[in-house]
Design a protein around this ligand. Structure first.
Ligand code: CIR
Length: 254
């Protein structure tokens, strides 16, 4: 069960967030409305929510998932691979430290990690090696996890930005997977729910206390998740998709 959520209001500079998509610029007002909808969805999930203020210095700062990994025993402040995002860690530090007094760890140079590349499955953490997370960062992360009785392993990514762009663990052995992840040997022990290519954006979902929050507009995926017995809550994240963001990226859950 998750008790806490941390999220951050999007800033106006969000329209200039990093992107590899060719879907145009996000509309700020729509993005703000969609963020409110996202927070309302989380409010249905029996968690307390800390909503941090917008920070105009960092266009991508709404994507709090990338700057810290919150485990049951410690928080690890990451070191984002994207230079424009590196100082976002300073913004999150005070807040996460309040939840983990005495158990705050850090990734240091030359390591880089964005926690969108990390997927938790029980006490094991899969770490995607991507353009944002390097081997040195993954090695540091695994050493820290081991110190707290947790384990980690690396997964190589081919096409997607972050590991969780194409994967979501829904607990109870259920793994949503799209594209390159459907056949990856690392995950064959799990019950893989295949996301069709035309719905690949919907592979980025979050399990929150028995509910699954997913983007709206992906009927095949939503049907497959509901068939597993989860309550599905859909949220429009189309403005975030334009800057490579999805439902997982916009919160820390622990
Ligand atoms: C970026 O490129 O860093 C942002 N525009 C999107 C970050 C998405 N975060 C995530 O998948 N965890």
């Amino acid at each position: 069960m998750f008790k806490h959520i941390i999220a951050r209001t999007p800033c106006k500079a969000l329209v200039n967030g990093l992107t590899s998509a060719s879907l145009g610029q996000p509309d700020y007002q729509k993005a703000l409305d969609q963020h409110n909808e996202y927070i309302r969805a989380l409010q249905q999930c029996d968690v307390d929510i800390t909503l941090l203020p917008a920070d105009e210095r960092f266009p991508d700062s709404v994507f709090v998932e990338d700057v810290a990994l919150c485990t049951p025993h410690c928080v690890i402040i990451t070191r984002p691979g994207a230079p424009s995002r590196r100082q976002e860690t300073e913004l999150i530090e005070e807040t996460v430290t309040r939840f983990y007094p005495g158990n705050v760890e850090r990734i240091s140079a030359p390591g880089t990690v964005e926690a969108g590349d990390i997927m938790m499955v029980g006490s094991h953490y899969y770490i995607g090696l991507s353009a944002r997370t390097n081997q040195a960062g993954a090695d540091q992360m695994i050493a820290i996890l081991n110190k707290y009785g947790l384990t980690g392993s690396v997964v190589t990514l081919e096409k997607v930005l972050h590991l969780k762009t194409g994967l979501a663990y829904l607990e109870n052995n259920n793994l949503l997977a799209a594209g390159e992840f459907i056949t990856k040997p690392d995950f064959q022990h799990l019950n893989i729910i295949e996301i069709p290519p035309e719905e690949s954006y919907a592979a980025n979902c979050i399990w929150v206390n028995g509910r699954v929050i997913m983007p709206s507009g992906y009927p095949q995926t939503s049907e497959k998740i509901a068939a597993l017995g989860y309550q599905v809550i859909t949220v429009d994240t189309s403005e975030y998709r334009k800057i490579d963001g999805g439902v997982s990226c916009m919160s820390l859950r622990f």
